[in-house]
Design a protein. Structure first.
Length: 285
């Protein structure tokens, strides 16, 4: 099982590097649409949509929405300070503030959404559309000056999230005693979380030394702390939805890792939070 997970992880890392650095921004958008469409198919299951053809229909409709965004709201003309991107960031952050409330008050909060497929589908829309659009905008950052500037930002945030998730899992399994969220995710521990916080700080510090982002020491601590909390929130939100319908994984599409959502759940929160930082606090080049 471990070898299976490791082999799949290596393949995923190679795929990400290829997609981020070797594909053109347009092809990167197309790959992102495909990934988000598969994620929408998995989310429909978390939403309580039982029939397989209804889940496929929802995924296709979602993919068409993303294609519409891609062609009619031209991403290559946008930047992080454009009205559309700022609006998406505000919508996304508002949704994640609501998600934080739902997670902190679960299972009591489930009374508001557990019996409504449409409400849970709406949660997915607020999660996946900002992820696709803001990620695509990142890829175009300063593209005329340097074709890989946006690629480095995407790789930075993915490395950060992977490091947070992996360290929380490893140190939690090794040293964890105090449950962080026993109802939603019994395997998560406070020890794993605090270790992931330290790892997050080290990764951000490392990348700041390469001048990818320009942060003061105080801002660096604040940034790494908020990103770690955001990563945890994305994970717990998906776990909450899975817990409600009795699922361990969103699907079995990735051998040894479960579903696609299980791999990108933290990114769905971190990408918009990082985008908000870049429009406000971070000097970037």
């Amino acid at each position: 099982m471990i070898n299976n997970r490791l082999f799949t992880a290596i393949i995923l890392i190679i795929f990400v590097i290829f997609a981020v650095f070797l594909l053109s921004p347009l092809n990167f958008e197309i790959i992102s649409i495909l990934i988000c469409t598969i994620a929408a198919w998995e989310w429909s299951k978390l939403s309580g949509v039982v029939l397989w053809y209804n889940r496929i229909l929802i995924a296709i409709l979602f993919g068409l929405i993303l294609l519409t965004l891609m062609f009619f709201f031209k991403i290559y003309n946008c930047n992080l300070h454009s009205l559309l991107v700022i609006s998406l960031l505000m919508i996304s952050i508002s949704w994640w503030i609501l998600a934080l409330f739902l997670v902190l008050t679960y299972p009591r909060s489930s009374i508001f959404w557990k019996n409504s497929c449409l409400t849970r589908i709406a949660f997915g829309v607020f999660t996946l559309i900002p992820l696709f659009y803001i990620l695509s905008v990142f890829r175009y950052l300063h593209y005329n000056e340097n074709k890989f500037t946006g690629s480095w930002y995407i790789l930075f945030i993915m490395c950060l999230v992977w490091s947070i998730d992996s360290s929380a899992y490893f140190f939690g399994q090794t040293f964890g005693k105090n449950k962080l969220s026993p109802v939603i995710s019994p395997n998560k521990t406070w020890e794993g979380f605090f270790c992931s916080l330290v790892v997050s700080f080290l990764i951000v510090f490392l990348f700041s030394n390469f001048k990818l982002i320009d942060l003061s020491k105080k801002s660096l601590i604040i940034f790494s702390t908020i990103i770690t909390f955001a990563s945890l929130l994305g994970d717990l939100t998906e776990s909450m939805l899975k817990r409600e319908i009795g699922l361990k994984d969103s699907s079995n599409i990735i051998p040894g890792h479960g579903g696609l959502l299980d791999r990108i759940d933290s990114l769905t929160t971190v990408i918009p939070v990082f985008g908000l930082f870049m429009t406000t606090s971070i000097k970037y080049f």
